[in-house]
Design a protein around this ligand. Sequence first.
Ligand SMILES: [Zn+2]
Length: 107
Amino acid sequence: MEETTKTTNTVTKLARFVINGELDGFPFEVSFRGKAEVLSATVAKLKAAGATSPKASTPTVTNASAAPDAPTHCPIHNAKLKPSRKPGTFYCPKKDGDDYCDFKHTI
Ligand SMILES: [Zn+2]
């Protein structure tokens, strides 16, 4: 009987889906094998049951214009620092005579 050696072939044709969600604040995970239609039907059933996507409640991280630990002013001139061309580096725009202030801050 070569039947037993072929049994996995039909299973591997079906994709494996994992759905992570939340129901009344409790996270859950559903995994199953099936076609895409089964996935959409399962999602519809979960939604009908009141389940939500865990990503929906996750606060999105927006790119802040300045890092919170960046100094805003030069300690010597009390001048507002400006971001330099090098990302994460700030410089003082004031001059000491003919030379620019060399106060720099790197995040
Ligand atoms: Zn300065």
